[in-house]
Design a protein around this ligand. Structure first.
Ligand code: 5GP
Length: 182
């Protein structure tokens, strides 16, 4: 199994948990580490969760063509996928997952039409709101910004090759894996 899969979905839908499950349970799945200009959250490690960069460092990577895709997410910070590690992993026969927003998903699909794009959706809108509030990592103001982005993202789900509902992590991960292998 090798190739490229993009996984997108609204804030707090549990994409990260599904992706972690895939990496832990299946060989040859490689998760791309994104770069971002946002500050690390408690417990996040540079080079593991993200490459945490300054705006200047990020802009240099864009200008020198080192980003496979990038976007401004939630209206403030840059997020993007460094190109080289993705190409190296695919050349090594791995299946690479990009966990990115819908703007990035569109860019990757346009540049590499063979990419599989999968949208992870919540069972219901209320479920998403509860998960976001329940995780308690964002201020109320930040939650409002994320929910506004989530509404726009849910409207874009029909652009994706597949939509998978995250009703239960293991089930959702298995469905994603089957789509990756198909
Ligand atoms: P967070 O700040 O919660 O880690 O991530 C916020 C959003 O940024 C998530 O919806 C995630 O999908 C998106 N994101 C993370 N990495 C990338 C990336 O490399 N490119 C793009 N376009 N979006 C990303």
């Amino acid at each position: 199994m090798s190739g490229l899969t993009v996984i997108s979905g609204p804030t707090a839908v549990g994409k990260g948990t599904v992706v972690r499950y895939l990496i832990e349970h299946f060989d040859d799945v490689h998760l791309s580490v994104s770069a971002t200009t946002r500050a690390p959250r408690p417990g996040e490690t540079d080079g593991v969760d993200y490459y945490f960069l300054s705006h200047e460092e990020f802009e240099l990577l864009i200008e020198t063509g080192q980003m496979l895709e990038y976007a401004t997410v939630h209206g403030k910070n840059f997020y993007g996928t460094p190109r080289q590690p993705v190409e190296t992993a695919i050349a090594d026969g791995k299946h690479v997952i990009l966990e990115i927003d819908i703007q990035g998903a569109r860019q990757v699909k346009a540049a590499r039409p063979e990419t599989k794009t999968i949208f992870i959706a919540p069972p219901t809108w209320d479920d998403l709101v509860e998960r976001l509030k329940g995780r308690g990592t964002e201020s109320v103001e930040e939650q409002e910004i994320r929910l506004a982005t989530a509404r726009v993202e849910l409207e874009a789900q029909s652009e994706f090759d597949h939509v998978v509902i995250n009703d239960e992590v293991a089930r959702c991960a298995r469905e994603v894996l089957e789509l990756m292998q198909a």
